[in-house]
Design a protein around this ligand. Structure first.
Ligand code: FRU
Length: 481
């Protein structure tokens, strides 16, 4: 029995109807978080793109508004960003500060090579209506066919706007005083990081290092699907420095933002008040490999939970860590607390659950078992298993029996994280109608995964094989009233 409600999330943004992909134009303004999104309002597969629009006070409950940007003579509306023009640098706002959207016009005329150019639109009524700039496009590329997804930020030290924009398999930086005229600064990425696919949806921001009075610059780069590889589309990041002109990475290794398959094209909010100080990110919770085929009816795709990003230093290396925003807490109340529960081969821990969504937070210690598993028993024959192999030091998520999986052979591949599994391990996960987001060791690793069970959970169990583990602390949270 498939209807619009089947698999519909409780805690995640999904469009009321039809297709969605990347989050766009995320900005905080006058007490509202704005989320625009790649939207095809006429079908539940990718097609002529518009910017859909939703607003929220807490980034968890969203109200979908009218479509913000429609295709026009210059093309359909691909991904991009939005900023508050506080000091009327653009000249669009003689009276009061307003919003400027910087997006890609994608023109694909029959028999011709597509053209991608950057354009502007502005709004003086908190994003409810938009005027496209009459001199669009504002930025074209002489040679590149792939030229898209501009992410604009205000750069304090140089007193300029800076745009990061995807240019094939590199990211280019431009600067501007007024958002209308752009000057090329530099191009980054040749022989750096992963080149498994086309580079898309960059984001550049400064991020404080936990416990230090220092920060580094982070560049997120999403990498399009490469049919030759199992992973599909995924997101890498670089940590380095940025002087307003040039980004310089501080490492040679490839860093992935998420170990799961379903977190792509994510970027961060602009204009979060300084008092708040957080860098908040969310991604499109899908994968180009099967996004057009996931078994939802009438609507397609949802976003990840909004996450706070921070930098963690370990020796000479920096890692982006991510945790769900604290606004999520009020959607939960504690249902069970455990301490020192010893699990062995013949005595698993089990808990009946019958809620539309839930969260668990376990701390595991004294592990001498060869492996152990945390299992979501959706129904009697549908399970999703988080399996920890202490011999191989591997955490893996198995969704091969999680419900509907037959729409793509790629969907059933396991998703893994390599880490020390015998040390204290903190495992936190948020499970909604059709997803599970796992955060390991306070967000050091994230694993984001879609699932399509008939029901999210009837029973949660922890079991071990060849030995014992101790759940030294465990909290299970269920929906608050
Ligand atoms: C990423 C992406 C962007 C593009 C948009 C089109 O998922 O391919 O590069 O702007 O989607 O919908």
């Amino acid at each position: 029995t498939h209807n619009l409600l089947t698999y519909r999330p409780n805690l995640h943004f999904a469009p009321k109807e039809n297709w969605m992909n990347d989050p766009n134009g995320m900005v905080y303004f006058k007490g509202e978080y704005h989320l625009f999104f790649q939207h095809n309002p006429n079908d539940s597969i990718h097609g002529p793109m518009h910017w859909g629009h939703a607003v929220s006070k807490d980034m968890i409950s969203w109200e979908q508004l009218d479509i913000a940007l429609y295709p026009d003579d210059l093309g359909t509306i691909f991904s991009g960003s939005a900023v508050v023009d506080w000091h009327n640098t653009s000249g669009f706002f003689p009276n009061e500060p307003g919003l400027v959207a910087i997006f890609t016009h994608h023109l694909h005329e029959e028999g011709k090579t597509p053209v991608q150019r950057q354009s502007l639109a502005f709004s003086s009524d908190q994003g409810r209506s938009w005027i496209k700039y009459e001199q669009n496009p504002v930025l074209v590329h002489e040679t590149k066919v792939d030229f898209r997804d501009p992410k604009v930020m205000w750069h304090n030290d140089t007193n300029k706007w800076v745009m990061a924009v995807a240019t094939g398999q590199t990211i280019s930086f431009y600067s501007s005083l007024n958002l209308r005229e752009w000057k090329f600064e530099s191009e980054f990425g040749e022989r750096m990081g992963s080149h498994d696919g086309v580079w898309e949806c960059p984001d550049l921001f400064e991020l404080p290092i936990i416990g230090k009075n220092e920060s580094k610059w982070v560049l997120l780069v999403s990498i399009g699907d490469n049919p030759k590889l199992e992973s599909g589309s995924r997101t890498q990041y670089f940590v380095g420095s940025f002087d307003g002109h040039r980004f310089t990475p501080h490492h040679k290794d490839i860093k992935w933002l998420d170990a799961g398959k379903d977190n792509y094209a994510g970027v961060s909010f602009s204009d979060i008040p300084e008092m708040d100080g957080r860098r908040i990110y969310l991604g499109w919770m899908s994968n180009w490999r099967y996004a057009n085929k996931v078994p939802t009816y009438g609507w397609r795709s949802q976003m990840t939970l909004p996450r706070e990003l921070q930098l963690q230093q370990k020796q000479d290396s920096y890692a982006v860590i991510q945790t769900p925003v604290k606004e999520l807490d009020s959607y939960f109340s504690k249902s069970d607390s455990l301490g020192n529960v010893v699990v062995s081969d013949d005595s698993p821990f089990q808990l009946e659950l019958n809620t539309p969504y839930f969260m668990f937070d376990f701390v595991m210690e004294n592990v001498d078992a060869a492996s152990y598993s945390i299992t979501l028993h959706h129904t009697s024959d549908q399970i999703t298993t988080l399996h920890i192999d202490t011999k191989k030091n591997l955490l893996l998520l198995d969704r091969s029996q999680s419900g509907k999986v037959d729409f793509s052979s790629n969907f059933t591949h396991v998703q893994t994280i390599e880490l020390d599994c015998t040390a204290t391990l903190k495992l936190c996960a948020v499970a909604d109608s059709s997803s599970i987001e796992v955060f390991v060791n306070d967000g050091e690793y994230a694993l984001t995964s879609l699932i399509y069970p008939d029901k999210i959970c009837s029973k949660l169990s922890v079991s071990s094989e060849q030995g014992t583990i101790n759940i030294v602390k465990g909290i299970i949270s269920v929906p608050s009233e």
